[in-house]
Design a protein. Structure first.
Length: 206
């Protein structure tokens, strides 16, 4: 069973914690992680882009000049794509970019991401995050103590002080156990888990 160091908020090692073998020592499946990242990024797209084709542009009903004898190319209206104010070729239309991923692959990708982070030494378990005030400098100092300035901070449930203190840190992000996703895990420099969050992750995903 894999183990990792347990830290306090001052960045001092205060012991060791055992990690679930099913989550933190799983086979790393890069294809599953790649699919989940694609699915996550695709879901961020609004898909509201829209342009007019030549059949939808206003005007252009009259033939612009006679068919033969001018020496020019044969045209009908002046709303073809090559004309100014003409329609767009293969105009983009509103669409859904969602990539569906089944539950087994989602779980496989999550376990692969957590295992990859642990193997890279980028999982940090802290006993608790108990800030006296919701101050950015307190959270910044805590992350500096943990050598995790670029971090994904994982909490078991919303904590107002931690959330507010982290909001203005450009390289830190707060996530909850039930909103964790593969993209955020892989994108983070380090994943900082409170001990309660670690136990919750093992309970939910094991």
């Amino acid at each position: 069973m894999p183990k990792t160091t347990l830290y306090n908020m001052e960045g001092k090692a205060i012991g060791e914690v055992e990690l679930s073998e099913e989550i933190f020592a799983a086979p790393v499946n890069e294809a599953a992680m790649h699919l989940m990242v694609r699915s996550y990024l695709a879901a961020q797209r609004q898909g509201t882009q829209s342009a007019l084709t030549r059949g939808e542009v206003r005007g252009g009903g009259r033939k612009i000049y006679r068919q033969k004898g001018t020496g020019n190319a044969r045209h009908h209206g002046n709303r073809a794509p090559q004309f100014r104010h003409g329609g767009v070729v293969f105009a983009p239309k509103p669409r859904d970019y969602v990539i569906n991923v089944n539950k087994k692959v989602r779980r496989l990708a999550f376990k692969s991401a957590m295992t990859a982070k642990l193997n890279a030494g980028e999982i940090v378990v802290v006993d608790k995050l108990d800030l006296k005030e919701a101050k950015t400098k307190l959270m910044a100092q805590t992350l500096k103590n943990l050598q995790a300035e670029k971090a994904l901070v994982v909490l078991p449930e919303p904590e107002e002080k931690v959330l507010r203190a982290t909001a203005n840190l450009p390289t830190a992000k707060v996530s909850y156990v039930n909103t964790l996703n593969v993209y955020d895990i892989l994108n983070a420099g380090k994943v900082v888990l409170t001990q309660a969050a670690k136990e919750s992750v093992e309970e939910v995903y094991a």
